[in-house]
Every structure is written in C-alpha cells, then in structure tokens.
Write a protein that binds this ligand. Structure first.
Ligand SMILES: Nc1ncnc2c1ncn2[C@@H]1O[C@H](COP(=O)(O)OP(=O)(O)OP(=O)(O)O)[C@@H](O)[C@H]1O
Ligand SMILES: [Mg+2]
Length: 328
C-alpha cells in the first residue's frame, strides 16, 4: 500500500532575500512532507531558517524582497506560484500560524474579544453574536479561566502564558487542518512552557490537526512530535522519527543540540555546553558542509565537499560524511 498523500509537501524549496550585501540564502533545497494528523518538529538555532521556512510554506513572506523556488503542495493544490489572493483562501481554515512573538502579533490597543472574533466575522462571515459565542468557546477550549472577563481585556493585562493561549485560540478559530506553531513557548517560564505544549498536543488530537512545531530547543518537542527535522544554515541536516532521532542520531550538529538540552539532574546554576562558533554567513554559501567550521569531527573532505542527504533507514536521513553511527 502506498503512503497516503501528505497534507503538505515541500520539494526543493528555497527562499532567498535581496539584501544590501547581495542575496541571502535563508532556506536551501528543503524536502519535507507533513502527513495528515502528524506532528513535526523543526529544530535549529537562531537564524537557521525555521521561521522563513514556515512562513514561506504558507506564502507569508514579504512579496518584494523574498524569492521562493521549488514546490509547495497543500492538500493536492499546487501553491508554488499561487498569488496572494488565492493563498488567502487557505489561511485560517487550511493552514494557520501561531506567530513567534505574541506581544507584536497581538494588537496592543484592541481588546482580546475583538481580535479573536475578527477572523470569524471576516472569514466565516459570522454575525457579531455568533462570533462572540464561538470566541468564548475557543477561550474555554484553550483553558482560559473566566473567558467573559478576558474578552474585555487588552493584551498587556494578561500574563505571558495567557497571551500565548489567546494566540492559540486565534489560530484555531477557523479550525485549520495544519497549524504552524513558531516558538510557541520561548517567552514562557519552564512550567508554563510544559502546560502550553501539553495544551497544543491535546488540541491537535481533539481536532485531528496536523502540526509543525518550530523551536530552537530539542527538549521542547521531544515528547510532542512524531518526527523531527533538524535545520542548520537553511538546510535540513537530519530528519527522523522522534524516537529514532534521540536513539540513533547521525549528525554531529544534532548531537550538539542534544547536549544543550537542560536535564532535570543538571545542578542549578551550572552552565550548559553551548555550541561554540556561529552559523556561516548566509550571503556567502560554503563550498563544503555548512557545519564544518564548528564540527568537532571535521576533516578536509568536509571543508571541500558538501555532503548529500542520505537515508540510513526508512524516514531517517542526514547530511554528513562521517556520521556518528558510522565508523570514524
Ligand atoms: N525579511 C528578511 N530580509 C532579509 N533577511 C531575512 C529576512 N527574514 C529573515 N532573514 C534572514 O534569514 C535567515 C533565517 O531567519 P529565520 O528568521 O528563519 O531564522 P529562525 O531559525 O527562525 O531564527 P530564530 O530562532 O531566531 O527565530 C537569517 O539569516 C535572517 O537574518
Ligand atoms: Mg524564528
């Protein structure tokens, strides 16, 4: 039996920006599928291209400066060349996004109620009365206590965790089939982070949605995803089912990310190993492996030649000449 058609399929997907220093290659030749009902994590450090990839898939990039190439197929529709007017039909009801910074994504001078009901009134043409009722139901669904009072509040009157729940309610308002959650918990403290991740997982199951969780923290997605794609310098450098990635990672970059996850037994105050060095300059593509300048296992071959993506087992691929699981 062949695999069912994925909900979202990106092929050879790239995004570059025009900058004063020439083209900046933010996302490079990415192939990713998201299956119906699946939860996919996209993990990588700041600047690796996670937000540009997600926004690019949805068609939410600045029109003039951004160049997309490759294909984007959503639910059998080829959106690669679709004009914004057509993409708009899929926003909210097909694909929705929880944006990275809830303080800027929410309008500070409008009450929560009006921001929450706006999409329902415009996209679903609901009456004011029905939109309010649905808005209250949504706040209830994201476990916000006293929804009536929250509808009348402004964003600054809510805690970070409550604001993030409001963002989730807004994204879910039109019952999307695929939700992108871009760093949904970064601004929150650890306990609230765990609650918000738990909530997202529950909502995904309840609503039968697919979800893409974008984060720099491998620990955040460990228990909440079916598969994880690790991004580095705009490329997917390793992708695998979550359990398999943790048990059998191949890329030295994935290993470095893993070492930077705080553990319960890490004494408080102890600094975690951070990956030394910086991402390569995205306006100057490397000739060899993009991780070569920071990799503890680097060889001359790595600096000279970019490794291709190879599959070690079904659904597990990586880009490395000298994988951790192989012989060194
Ligand atoms: N509008 C833009 N114009 C020019 N360059 C951009 C633009 N948006 C993003 N970039 C660049 O694209 C690259 C990828 O950025 P992106 O925001 O996707 O990273 P990220 O992985 O989401 O990082 P973070 O974890 O900090 O959110 C970076 O080099 C960034 O500076
Ligand atoms: Mg980002």
């Amino acid at each position: 039996m062949s695999d069912p058609q994925p909900m979202l399929s990106l092929r050879d997907f790239s995004v570059s920006f025009d900058t004063a220093r020439g083209p900046l290659y933010a996302v490079r030749n990415v192939d990713i599928d998201v299956a119906d009902g699946e939860s996919l994590g996209i993990v990588g450090e700041s600047g690796s291209g996670k937000t540009v990839l997600s926004r690019g898939a949805m068609g939410l990039l600045p029109k003039r400066a951004a160049h997309r190439s490759g294909t984007v197929i959503y639910d059998d529709h080829d959106l690669s060349e679709a004009p914004r007017k057509e993409l708009r039909e899929y926003w909210g009801t097909g694909m929705a996004m929880i944006f990275q910074d809830p303080m800027t994504a929410l309008n500070p001078v409008r009450k929560i109620g009006s921001q929450l009901t706006e999409g329902l009134r415009i996209r679903l043409q609901m009456s004011k009365h029905d939109a309010k009722a649905r808005g209250l139901e949504l706040l209830h669904r994201v476990r916000i206590p006293d929804p009536d009072a929250v509808m009348e509040k402004y964003p600054f009157q809510l805690s970070g965790g409550m604001r993030q729940r409001v963002m989730i309610a807004i994204a879910l308002a039109c019952k999307p089939r695929l939700l992108f959650a871009d760093e949904p918990t970064t601004a929150l403290d650890v306990t609230v982070q765990a609650q918000v991740m738990q909530l997202l997982s529950e909502l995904r199951h309840e609503m039968g949605m697919s979800m893409v969780i974008v984060t720099h923290d491998l620990g955040v997605v460990a228990g909440h995803t079916d598969r994880i794609a690790v991004m580095y310098a705009g490329e997917v450098v390793e992708i695998a089912p979550t359990k398999r990635l943790f048990a059998n990672m191949q890329m030295p970059y994935t290993e470095a990310l893993m070492k930077s996850i705080p553990r319960l037994d890490t004494p408080s105050g102890q600094r975690l190993p951070v990956i030394s060095g910086r991402l390569p300059d995205p306006t100057q593509p490397e000739t060899g492996c993009s991780f070569a300048s920071r990799c503890p296992y680097v060889t001359d071959k790595c600096r000279a030649e970019a490794p291709p993506l190879v599959e070690v087992s079904p659904g597990h691929s990586y880009r490395c000449w000298f994988p951790i699981g192989g012989s060194r």
